[in-house]
Design a protein around this ligand. Structure first.
Ligand SMILES: *Cc1c(COP(=O)(O)O)cnc(C)c1O
Length: 451
């Protein structure tokens, strides 16, 4: 099933830069992913279809590796942004660490890294406010790098499991720095009123009590203030507060070696998909400099960062076919075969996604709503969007869907989940498109049910 679809781009620096800027671009009138025709992919694999650029993921992850290369640091990709095995494998091959939030994600990292990249398990940090015993056990046995502990009760459980298994558990307390960051309320996590972490003012006492537990190793401090945060200021502010705590902890005798700055760096969803203005490389450098300054003075410390969205979002698009175009009063609805169960971001976070016709429009633009067929008014991709006219049967691409797209998909309305394709040029100038998840069948969808 590994269809090789020849890419039509030339080689050379110009083509590479275009790919680095954005993986989706028109060749003639047809929209491509790294030179591979989306029309052909839709014909081959059907729709809705997630299409990802391997080169873009490598490029984006590489920006973080390069920006932190001057210091002791590990870039731990946040698995929940896009947890497809083939994507995790690609990142494991680049030497990525992983930020996981469940035992399921640990199992994904294990399978994706395989024997060849087994060391990736030693670069795993485990976050999450409600870790269960089986998940802690699995992570202890896997020998992960660090538990980001979110409550004193969890610390008790971790100590008990570590003792039972006879392994010492390295942990970092996730502290809540009480820093406000401008983002959607559902993905803001760093305020005193949120469920995440422990109040920074209480941390010192908790570390003090933990020091008496021989199966616990107070190895670090962690923080994560939220997601889709565009400015680097809040990250620096949070890390400064963490740095203050680290100094106190060290003076109390704790050997703090790791500082985990979390993830959350945001992208520009409104940027032009084909002529981007957003300087991703510059943003990552700015972020690294700000974190570096905040952590200066800490001496020997291993910095961990956990980008998810920034690595995966712009590498992926959701390819979907127009089912019907219909007018209700003054409104025009473009009803497509993808829906909120495939990509819930607009419904959940009022998120904006750019949408492009796969065949470049020549005619006049019109204001339309692009919606899915699910029985919810929240099932939309765009409201009152000015775009070239499209007809039933034509394809459109929902951009920047590589993060929190497939990983937040569901079977709502008994809709089988989409297929996924990875376009990988791997620098050989002949991109292949590889199916990395086949379309779910209705039989599979209902397989666990009992009549
Ligand atoms: C979700 C999450 C991340 C990743 O956030 P992005 O906005 O995708 O970079 C990193 N760390 C933790 C603890 C998270 O919960």
């Amino acid at each position: 099933m590994n269809v090789r679809i020849r890419r039509t781009t030339g080689k050379g620096a110009a083509a590479r830069d275009a790919v680095a800027a954005r993986p989706f671009h028109y060749r003639g009138r047809g929209l491509c992913c790294d030179g591979v025709s989306l029309e052909e992919l839709a014909t081959e694999y059907g729709t809705p279809l997630y299409v990802y650029s391997a080169e873009q993921i490598r490029y984006r992850f590489g920006l973080f590796q390069a920006a932190f290369a001057g210091r002791e640091a590990t870039v731990c990709y946040a698995v929940k942004a896009n947890s497809s095995l083939a994507i995790l494998r690609l990142l494991a091959e680049l030497g990525a660490g992983f930020d996981i939030v469940s035992g399921g994600e640990l199992e994904r990292v294990r399978r994706a890294s395989g024997q060849k990249n087994k060391a990736a398990l030693g670069r795993v940090v485990f976050s999450g406010a409600g870790k269960q015993e089986w998940e802690i056990d699995a992570a202890l046995k896997a020998g992960i790098l660090l538990f980001n502990v979110e409550s004193e009760a969890e610390l008790e459980l971790l100590a008990a499991r570590a003792e039972a298994l006879g392994v010492r558990a390295r942990f970092a307390l996730r502290v809540n720095p009480d820093v406000f960051a401008e983002t959607h309320p559902y993905i803001s996590t760093g305020l005193g009123s949120h469920k995440f972490g422990v109040e920074i003012g209480n941390a010192r006492a908790i570390y003090g009590r933990a020091a008496r537990r021989k199966w616990l190793d107070a190895a670090g401090v962690s923080v994560h203030i939220g997601s889709q945060i565009r400015a680097v200021g809040p990250f620096a502010k949070a890390l400064e507060r963490v740095a203050g705590l680290v100094e106190e902890l060290r003076s109390d005798g704790h050997e703090i070696r790791y500082v985990d700055a979390g993830g959350g760096l945001g992208i520009d969803y409104n940027d032009s998909p084909t002529e981007p203005k957003f300087d991703a490389a510059g943003k990552v450098r700015e972020y690294a400099v700000a974190l570096g300054k905040a952590a200066a003075g800490l001496g020997a410390v291993h910095l961990l960062v956990e980008p998810g969205r920034f690595v995966a979002a712009q590498a992926g698009g959701l390819l979907t076919r127009v089912v019907v175009v219909k007018k209700n009063g003054a409104k025009t609805f473009v009803i497509v075969d993808a829906a909120m169960n495939d990509l819930i971001r607009p419904a959940l976070y009022q998120a904006h996604h750019e949408i492009l016709p796969v065949v470049k429009g020549r005619g006049a633009s019109a204001k339309v709503d692009v919606v899915g067929p699910v029985c919810e008014s929240g099932d939309f991709f765009a409201h009152d969007r000015k775009m070239p006219r499209v007809k039933a049967g034509e394809l459109v691409l929902v951009l920047d869907a590589g993060a929190y797209g497939m990983s937040e998909s569901s079977n709502y309305n008994t809709r089988a989940r989409a297929a996924e394709v990875l376009v990988d040029g791997a620098g050989d100038g002949d991109a292949g498109a590889r199916l990395i998840r086949r379309r779910e069948t209705l039989r599979e969808l209902m397989a666990a049910e009992i009549l």
